[in-house]
Every structure is written in C-alpha cells, then in structure tokens.
Design a protein around this ligand. Structure first.
Ligand code: ATP
Ligand code: MG
Length: 168
C-alpha cells in the first residue's frame, strides 16, 4: 500500500516488468525541465525505471544504460529532449560542469540522473528524488520524494495514474 503525503510515496516493485510499467507512468507525465534523480546501489533498478520512463515519455530510441558514456540524449517526434546522465564516475559537485546539468535543463530538456548523490551539491533543490533499493530477489523498494511545487504535482499525478485503478 503506497504511503502518500504531498512529498512522499513509498511502494514496492515485484519484478523488472513492473518497474518498467512504473517508469512508463512517470514518463508520460514528464515535462521540459523536469529533473528526476534515480538513486540506489548497483543493480537497484535505476536504469530499469529509466527505460520505462523513456517509453512513457515517447523517446524515438529505446533508453540504454549511460554507464560508459555519461550522457545519452533522446528525442521525441515533437522535438522534445530527454537526457539520461550517469554520475557514477563523478566525484563531486565540480564535476557537474562536465555533464552540463544546468545547460541541459536551461535548454528545456527533461533530465534523469543516476548516482545523483555524487553531485549532490550541484543539483537544483527542486526535483523528484527516487530512491531504489534491493529488497529481495525480484523485489525492489521505491521511495519518491518531491521537492518544489512542480514536483509535488508530478508525484500526485504519478500516484493517481499508477495506483488509483489498482496497481500497474
Ligand atoms: N523489480 C525489479 N526492478 C528492476 N530491476 C529488477 C527487478 N527485479 C530484478 N531486477 C534486476 O535487477 C537489475 C537492475 O539493473 P539496473 O541496470 O536497472 O540497475 P541500476 O540501478 O541502474 O544499476 P547501476 O548502478 O549499475 O547502473 C537487472 O538485472 C534486473 O533484471
Ligand atoms: Mg544504471
């Protein structure tokens, strides 16, 4: 049973495909300049959720892991941009310049950031933070935290579409 206040939503994904479906629901709601931080240990399912987000958002190419390239950029038919950053190899906030976080947002891209804690000090305060952790085998716990009015609305929208008519 998800727990919701304006800022927080906690739930469990029971398998990989369900994580994809949660991602699709979130991706359908993403707007330009939205920042989604995907936090969690190796194998927690951050990229799985990002793949679903890309599908729901309408990316023309399937999302793949940006682990080796730091940044992948996706387009939609209407020209909108979705960028997927991996900060695993970045050491601190000064590295955020190298991945052009602010420029990407200023240009209107929607952003997904894996390993956001590595550049914590450089992240905008307003964002949706998704913490994922290994629970058991195929179970993963997800904790969403919204900061700022836009992201509270995004979280409320996600709660509605993902849980109102039964689970995804
Ligand atoms: N419920 C689940 N949700 C997501 N992934 C799951 C789930 N159950 C099992 N898995 C498996 O866990 C792994 C998640 O890998 P993924 O690449 O998404 O993790 P990650 O958090 O992005 O790791 P990294 O920090 O290495 O980028 C996959 O092998 C996937 O098949
Ligand atoms: Mg990953």
């Amino acid at each position: 049973m998800p727990i919701l206040d304006a800022h927080a939503l906690d739930f469990i994904s029971y398998n990989y495909d369900q994580t994809l479906r949660y991602g699709v629901k979130l991706g359908q709601l993403l707007q330009p300049r939205d920042l989604v931080c995907l936090s969690g240990q190796l194998g927690a399912g951050k990229t799985a959720l990002a793949i679903g987000i890309g599908r729901g958002w309408g990316a023309l190419q399937p999302v793949t892991s940006p682990s080796y390239v730091l940044a992948n950029e996706y387009s939609r038919a209407d020209g909108a941009q979705l960028h997927h950053l991996d900060c695993f190899r970045l050491a601190d906030a000064s590295d955020a310049e190298h991945i052009c976080l602010d420029e990407r947002l200023a240009a209107g891209a929607s952003l997904m950031v894996e390993w956001p804690e590595n550049i914590a000090a450089a992240l905008p305060r307003e964002r949706l933070w998704v913490g994922m952790s290994y629970f058991e085998e195929e179970k993963r716990s997800l904790g969403m935290r919204a900061a700022g009015e836009r992201f509270e609305r995004l979280l409320a929208g996600f709660q509605k579409t993902a849980f109102q008519h039964g689970n995804v």
